[in-house]
Each structure stands twice: as C-alpha cells, then as structure tokens.
Design a protein around this ligand. Structure first.
Ligand code: HSE
Length: 409
C-alpha cells in the first residue's frame, strides 16, 4: 500500500480524492490510499473529513506518506511545501502551472537530488497527455513548433460568443454561474494562463527556462460581437491561440486571439473547454493532442496518471536548465491581420496600407454598415504599429479593431 496526501481540497483536489477512493486502481500493481488532505476549511459531513488536516506538518513530517498531490495553486505556500516534500523524499504531483512555469527547473533538480519525482502533466492541457509526450516520446528529437488552444475557459467563452452572438461580459457571467470561469477570471481571459502553459511546453522543448512574462500576450476581453461577425464573413472563428517557434536556439512566442479559418485549420473545430496542441518535431513531424483542457475529473485523471508513473519507478531524463532561453524581439513577429476601420477611409490611408503591405490589401465584406474590413498580408509587428500610428494621424478614420489571422504551418 502506498500512502498519498492531497494539498488543497478544491475542485481538482476533490476530484483526485474521488478518483483514488473509487474502485479504479485495478490495473496498478500497488494500491494508493489517501491518508491526509490539507485544507484550511472544514468539510463536515464530507467523506474527506476523516483524513482532513489543517496543518501541512501532518503531511510533510509523516514518513509513511510517499506521494504528495499539490493542487493548491499559486506560488505561495505551494512552493515552500513542494520543496519541503521533495527534500523529505516524497514525490510531488501537481496541476499548478504558476509554480511549474516559474520554479519547474529548480523543483525538478531538488526531486532528482532526493531520488524522487516532480510530475506536472495536469499543469498543461488538463487531461491531455502532452507533457508526457515531451518528457518521453520526443526526448530524442528537436521540437521546433508549438501551436494550440491551451485555455479551456476562454475557448468555452469564444465558442459561446460565436454561437449565441452575445457580448463578452454576458457570456463571462454565464460561464461564472456555470462554474466554468473563476470569479477572478483575469488569468484566463487576459491570456496569462495560456502564456504560462506555453512557457512550460517551451521550457521542456528547448531545455531552458522560458519566462512567461516575456511572451507577448493579449487576452479576449476586448472582443466584440462585430469581431465575430467579421470572422464569420471570412469563414473563420476566433480562438485564443498560443504559438511558438524555436529556431537556432531563439524562441519566438505569442498568445493572442486569432481568426482561424474553418475547413483549413483543425483548431477551428475545437469547441467548449477542449484544448488542442500541435507539436512539430524534427523526426516525427506533426503531432496533434486533443481533449478536455479543464475540469475536475479530466485534471484529476492526469494527476492519477502521474501517480501511476511514480509507481512504475521510472527515472526522469528530462533536462530543464535554469538558464533563460533567448527570446526573439516581439517586434519581429510576423502576422497576417484583419483590420476594421470606421469613418472616411481617405486616399492617404489607402496608400499607407498599400505601401506597408506591398500591394493593395484585400477587402472583405463588412457586416457592419459604415465600416471597412481589410485583410493585411503577413507583416512584422513593428510595421503594423507604424501603420496604426499613420492611420491614427488621419482624423476622419478610426481603427475599430484588429486581430491576427492564424496560419497553419
Ligand atoms: N483555468 C484553466 C483553463 C484551468 O481554463 O484552461 C485548466 O488549467
């Protein structure tokens, strides 16, 4: 019998408890029993009550507990508890992407020095086993492209905005009422959650620390019903895309809402809380990972998978150095865009568009009267900013919005 403890009895923690206490361990050579659950709250009448503790020492100082599931979220006190657990010879399994993205390299090294494991499959993609692929299957080749939908909450909101034609604030409220979005939703809707997940995938891919705060990140909170109407008239949907390239050791990455063309990109068909991640590597080329990216039981399932890996006794060959990876200049990122203008588009603005784009930009049907919608060819971020400044100097015309167009590579 292996004894485990769970730190944090929230949505994911209670899912892990439920899964480990259910009769699903028949394929494991040894059984795992939850001995302690740490939470500051009381859960009277809940089946967790008999093993509930309010003191981390009841877990960290108990030498019979060999696996700790850390699902508290946030950096503190999760960082200190994880370190202590690893130093006491306990393996730690987590879904905590904040902690993994910032301290993953250090915690892996501490785990290795103490002969235990630090596993974090559930930190990216919920129930989708993408980290396992990077940690095992693809270790002998170079991963040079990653693109995907890494946040379930925003994908749910974007899918609903598209099909119900309601404003962002209304859909967010509904998502919160249904428990799909957090009461404090900024990490999801402003793209930081996706940036953290992308940084973890990139750190594993290039073997160096990719600092998520250096990834240019745009969220979905400013999207309007008109943006969705424009996307539809271009046979597209809007998705929050996280994408990156690793070239000659330099990482170029971005998180932003993008138009994804239906019938061309598989990402257009990814709806609700589903995630999809395309990883491209030198030998095996494209791999697509798809599944539930958020939610109690899918995340609990990923954690249980890591626990099963610990029982199998593998060692980690993963290299993740604390040295920071070189990031490309965000101004050099090339994107095609839609640009929606209102007012009187003067000859001066048209000729600026032509000069920057190298040819006349395509015009698409504008679903809103009095507005013009252009598709710009791929241009660098700095060229686009110059274009924005020039257009803004033209008093009669206003930039209503702009989104990048996702290109499958
Ligand atoms: N808030 C996250 C999401 C949870 O919506 O994807 C899973 O990491």
């Amino acid at each position: 019998m292996i004894f485990a403890a769970i730190m944090g009895y929230g949505v994911v923690g209670s899912g892990v408890f439920e899964l480990l206490e259910s009769n699903t361990q028949t394929k494991l050579s040894r059984q795992v029993k939850v001995k302690r659950v740490l939470d500051l709250r009381a859960f009277s009448g809940d089946k967790v009550e008999t093993c509930l503790t309010h003191s981390p020492d009841d877990i960290l100082n108990d030498d019979t507990i060999s696996i700790v599931v850390e699902v508290m979220g946030g950096l503190n006190p999760a960082y200190a508890y994880t370190k202590r657990a690893l130093q006491r010879g306990k393996s730690v399994v987590t879904s905590n992407k904040e902690l993994v993205s910032v301290h993953g390299s250090e915690l892996l090294n501490i785990a290795r020095a103490n002969g235990v494991r630090y596993l974090f499959e559930a930190s990216v993609g919920g129930g989708v086993p993408v980290i396992r692929a990077l940690r095992h299957t693809l270790l002998c080749e170079d991963v040079y492209q990653i693109a995907g939908i890494l946040n379930g909450t925003t994908n749910y909101i974007l899918s609903e905005m598209n099909s119900l034609d309601l404003p962002f604030a209304e859909i967010l409220k509904q998502a919160q009422e249904k428990g799909f979005a957090e009461r404090e939703p900024s990490a999801d809707i402003e793209g930081f959650d996706a940036a953290r997940k992308l940084s973890i995938l990139l750190s594993l891919s290039c073997g160096k620390y990719v600092n998520y705060s250096k990834i240019p990140t745009e969220g979905i909170s400013r999207l309007s019903a008109d943006d969705f109407a424009v996307a539809r008239s271009y046979d597209s949907v809007i998705r929050l895309i996280a994408k990156a390239e690793i070239k000659d050791g330099v990482v170029e990455a971005i998180v932003a809402p993008m138009l994804v063309q239906e019938g061309t990109s598989m990402f257009a068909g990814v709806k609700d809380v589903y995630n999809a991640i395309m990883i491209t590597s030198t030998a095996t080329d494209n791999h697509m990972f798809y599944g539930r990216g958020a939610g109690k039981m899918p995340t609990a399932g990923a954690i249980a998978g890591d626990i099963a890996e610990i029982l199998s006794g593998h060692e980690d060959d993963l290299k993740w150095s604390p040295d920071e990876a070189i990031m490309a200049d965000p101004m050099d990122i090339v994107s095609s865009r839609v640009l929606r203008l209102s007012g009187h588009v003067t000859d001066k603005t048209i000729s600026t568009l032509e000069n920057i784009c190298g040819s006349q930009p395509s015009v698409i049907h504008s679903p809103t009267k009095g507005q013009s919608v252009y598709i710009l060819p791929p241009i660098k971020e700095r060229e686009f900013l110059y274009l924005v400044n020039t257009i803004q100097s033209d008093k009669g015309v206003k930039i209503e919005s702009t989104q990048r167009v996702f290109a499958d590579r």
